[in-house]
Write a protein that binds this ligand. Structure first.
Ligand SMILES: [Zn+2]
Length: 148
C-alpha cells in the first residue's frame, strides 16, 4: 500500500465527471487500499478517486468507526435538511457551513461487485453526499452560492 498525492481544487481533474467501474480486479483493489491509507494518514472523513487523479466512480468514507468502500453509487433517496461545517482534503485548511439532506439512501457495489444498499443520516449522509458530488466534478464550494 502507498499514500497517494491529493489534488487540490485548482486541478481540472476535480471538475470532471467520473466513469463507472466495470472491472473488479487488482487494479481496483490496489486503488481502494491506497485510498484508505491516504485517508487515514490525513485523518480524513472521506476521499474520492478523482482527488487522487483517478476519474472513476469510487469513494471511501470513514465515519463513526465504520469504513465504507463505495463503487458506482446511485443516490436513491434523500430527505430532510441539515446545515453543518464541511471541509475537503482538496481544499486544505478551509471550512464552511453547507446545507445538505439529513438522510440518504444510496445503492452501490463493493470491491467484488456485490450490490449494497446503505441508509445514512446526519454526518454519514453529509459525507456520502459530499463524496458522491466529487464523482460529478462538484466541490462543496460550488454549493455555496452567494456566500463567501
Ligand atoms: Zn471533498
Amino acid at each position: 500500500m502507498s499514500t497517494l498525492k491529493i489534488l487540490t481544487f485548482e486541478n481540472e481533474i476535480l471538475h470532471k465527471v467520473c466513469k463507472p467501474v466495470s472491472k473488479f480486479d487488482e487494479n481496483l483493489w490496489n486503488l481502494l487500499d491506497d485510498m484508505k491509507q491516504t485517508l487515514l494518514s490525513k485523518e480524513g472523513v472521506g476521499l474520492a478517486a478523482p482527488q487522487v487523479g483517478v476519474l472513476k466512480r469510487v469513494f471511501i468514507v470513514y465515519v463513526n468507526n465504520n469504513f465504507f468502500e463505495v463503487i458506482n453509487p446511485k443516490i436513491l433517496k434523500t430527505s430532510g435538511n441539515q446545515c453543518g461545517q464541511e471541509g475537503c482534503l482538496s481544499i486544505p485548511g478551509k471550512y464552511a457551513d453547507v446545507t445538505r439532506p439529513k438522510f440518504v439512501i444510496v445503492e452501490f457495489v463493493d470491491r467484488f461487485g456485490n450490490k449494497i444498499t446503505l441508509s445514512g443520516s446526519d454526518f454519514l449522509a453529509r459525507a456520502i453526499l459530499h463524496e458522491n458530488d466529487h464523482l460529478n466534478g462538484i466541490l462543496y464550494i460550488d454549493l455555496l452560492k452567494g456566500k463567501k
